[in-house]
Design a protein around this ligand. Structure first.
Ligand code: EPZ
Length: 419
């Protein structure tokens, strides 16, 4: 298993290109199942999660070709409507093929995704919404067996709480349904807007994306389209926090500040200077220790749960006490004990972590537990005195494109060690 060796204490200077958003790419890729024509995507990150979804799409009959960050997908004919356990269990986003398969083929058999390191992550909202749209659903031996013999019908769907995946799933199913689907309490993440843009380019009628009420008027057929995936706001925030932890100045090329939601004012409150430029976002640290700031994770435009772990690493050396409350996932503090191994002073009580900033962290061997937790350990290691060895970096490969290359180009001492 690969590990990353990092020698900390060096500021970051230069340019780091921000890739296309993983969590948008995965959903627009699933949209390729909705048309016989070619969906040509650009700015697609080369990540393990993208490859895994490609394998699943391939076995549904989707032909694909990757060229740099351009990916063309062509589902001329759906050759299988089954999504097997082995491909779905490793990545929950795969579950979102259910809606498009049902919409186009009127039937599908898709494995339930199961839990993951950060929480149980059920799919009850996805299934209830599809049932409201006329799907008949049975659960059998860990699989969802779904059919819609008369096609999916538009429906009014009111989510009891915000779910990114369920909102996207209803959009992917509703675009080919008969009639109008209205989603109330929809997620408002930029990735939802990106998916709506892509679907509309394919001929769909989706309005209201980015607001809590989304209206979808079903159409008979969708066509191919060209679509550029939006920049990754979580990668953007993580690299900005890396500057905050190490010092220096980075231009995050291609990044956009308006995608950061509440993370932008929070980072500015810590004392970081952040500015939009022609190239992207310039991030600069001018004070020795950052200010401690408290956060509560919330759906967009609130502070994203996907930046909570990285923010904890940043607060580990801030001047003061920071309170971090996680409200989206029930088990997303596994990085806290690992950060403590590096000298951070963190106490966790239920869904709240209290971080008392220390002057400096010390390098240590640590273990990555999930994607964003891994990035939190990288940020801490870049700031720490001495060497850290980060184990289980396969988590990182799922979501951060060319991480070692991007960081070492900006002056970090980071090396992948095999075995
Ligand atoms: C998406 O997951 C992202 N994944 C996650 O990113 C992100 O953390 C999350 O949204 C929140 O922003 C992708 O886009 C591929 P949810 P998703 O449905 O859609 C509960 C990363 O690191 N829930 O908004 O699965 C759920 O358990 C990943 O890139 C139900 O109870 O998140 C959670 O507590 C991790 N029933 C809450 O809702 C359901 O049917 C929000 O989850 C669905 C969700």
């Amino acid at each position: 298993m690969d590990r990353l060796a990092i020698i900390g204490g060096r500021p970051l200077f230069g340019e780091a290109p921000i890739s296309g958003a993983k969590n948008s790419a995965l959903k627009v890729m699933a949209a390729s199942l909705l048309t016989e024509e070619t969906l040509a995507l650009t700015n697609v990150p080369r990540l393990a999660d993208v490859d895994m979804l490609l394998r699943l799409l391939e076995q549904h009959g989707v032909a694909h070709e990757f060229n740099g960050s351009s990916l063309s997908l062509s589902a001329k004919e759906i050759t299988s409507t089954e999504a097997p356990y082995d491909l779905v269990r490793k990545m929950r986003a795969s579950f979102n093929v259910l809606g498009p398969l049902l919409a186009r083929e009127r039937q599908a058999k898709v494995s339930l995704p199961g839990g993951c390191a950060i929480g149980a992550r059920p799919v009850d909202l996805h299934l209830k919404a599809l049932i409201a749209m006329g799907a008949e659903i049975e659960l059998d031996e860990g699989y969802v067996i779904a059919s819609a013999p008369n096609g999916l019908k538009g429906a009014g769907i009111s989510f009891p709480f915000v779910s990114v995946g369920a909102t996207e799933h209803v959009m992917l199913a509703g675009v080919l349904a008969d009639g109008e689907t209205i989603i109330n309490n929809a997620a408002r993440e930029p990735e939802i807007v990106d998916l709506a843009d892509c679907l509309n380019k394919m001929g769909a009628k989706v309005s209201g994306a980015g607001h809590s009420k989304i209206t979808i008027t079903g159409v008979d057929k969708l066509s191919g389209a060209d679509h550029e995936v939006l920049p990754d706001r979580i990668e953007t925030g993580a690299y900005a926090m890396a500057v905050g932890a190490t010092g220096g100045e980075l231009t995050l090329t291609g990044a956009k500040s308006d995608l950061l939601g509440a993370a932008l004012p929070v980072l500015i409150e810590t004392g970081l200077e952040i500015e939009d430029t022609d190239k992207g976002l310039r991030v600069r640290k001018t004070q020795n220790r950052l200010n401690a700031v408290g956060i509560i994770t919330q759906p967009f435009p609130g502070f994203p749960t996907d930046l909570q772990a990285q923010f904890m690493a940043l607060m580990a050396t801030a001047d003061g006490v920071s309170t971090i409350k996680e409200t989206i996932f029930e088990n997303r503090f596994m990085h806290a004990p690992e950060l403590s191994r590096m000298g951070a002073n963190i106490s966790v009580n239920g869904q709240t972590a209290t971080v008392r900033g220390v002057e400096r962290l010390r390098g240590a061997p640590v273990m990555a537990t999930d994607l964003r937790a891994s990035m939190s350990l990288i940020i801490a290691a870049l700031a720490a005195e001495g060497q850290s060895m980060i184990n289980r970096v396969y988590h990182l490969d799922r979501g951060f494109e060319r991480l070692e290359e991007k960081l070492s180009n900006c002056g970090a001492l980071i090396e992948r060690v095999g075995g």
